[in-house]
Design a protein around this ligand. Structure first.
Ligand code: UDP
Length: 238
């Protein structure tokens, strides 16, 4: 499968058409942004590690009955995916408080959130991704209440699968972001599941092994992403 016309270029990934109208190629780039694009960097190998981590987690979810857009890797940092129509909703799942929830509400960093907290935001950087409720999502024509309920249920299932898998790799999963899209009549998981879109904390030390290293200048970003890759996709280091 070859890359055709560029369809879309976001902050960290570029999407191309292919000869198959139902398939796209996603290129995981080395660029990195935070704080709605205010902070930017280019970090060698970042795209590679994120692509490999995403691939492994998509495969894990598929093995556990979750439908995703993932098809196969084309190169080390290029993924062939189903051409789905992304729903402009960011689904955030939180198991341990970190990031924006600790700024908006009186919740301390590290507080366990049991049951997990799910928040849905409207995906629009120019509006700083405002939080949605069912009525606003319906008014915007994004998804029906029933569809949102299905998305929430799937997000919780995904959370259970990822949490227990990552626990076995010595990683805590404080929170992560998912995006879903339409494939025919179904709603399936799209986007990526990587160090850019998840918080991963080392179970022993509590250290961040994710984009917080970049957001808050906590050290060597590639070393952190490589450490997650080393635990999740050890085969790429053989
Ligand atoms: N997240 C993301 N894209 C966004 C917003 C959040 O991937 O546009 C992820 C983020 O990496 C974290 C989780 O969703 O794992 C929760 O993010 P939060 O709302 O705390 O925002 P932050 O303070 O990290 O910007």
């Amino acid at each position: 499968m070859n890359k055709g016309e560029e369809l879309y270029s976001g902050k960290a990934k570029t999407v191309y058409r292919t000869e198959d109208p139902d398939a796209l190629i996603v290129v995981f780039r080395d660029s990195l942004t935070a704080f709605d694009g205010e902070k930017k960097a280019e970090v060698s190998k970042k795209g590679y590690y994120n692509a490999q981590i995403s691939k492994k987690l998509f495969e894990l979810l598929e093995e556990n009955g979750i439908k995703t857009h993932y098809r196969e890797m084309v190169t080390d940092n290029e993924m062939l995916v189903d051409n789905i129509k992304i729903i402009l909703v960011e689904v955030i799942v939180r198991n341990i408080a970190a990031g924006s929830i600790t700024k908006k509400y009186p919740i301390e960093v590290g507080q366990p959130l049991e049951p997990p907290v799910i928040v849905m935001d409207y995906k629009d950087d120019s509006r700083h991704d405002p939080m949605l409720n069912e009525d606003i999502a319906a008014a915007l024509g994004l998804a029906t209440k029933e569809e949102l309920a299905g998305i929430k249920k799937t997000a919780l299932e995904i959370n259970g699968i990822l949490k227990s898998y990552l626990d076995g790799k010595g990683l805590l999963l404080p929170d992560f972001k998912l995006e879903f899209g339409r494939r025919g009549d179904e709603i399936i998981l799209g986007d990526e599941i990587s160090c850019d879109t998840c918080r991963f904390w080392d179970k022993e030390t509590g250290n961040s092994l994710d984009k917080d290293v970049f957001r808050f200048d906590k050290g060597d970003l590639v070393a952190a992403y490589m450490e997650v890759a080393r635990r999740i996709v050890p085969e790429i280091f053989e």
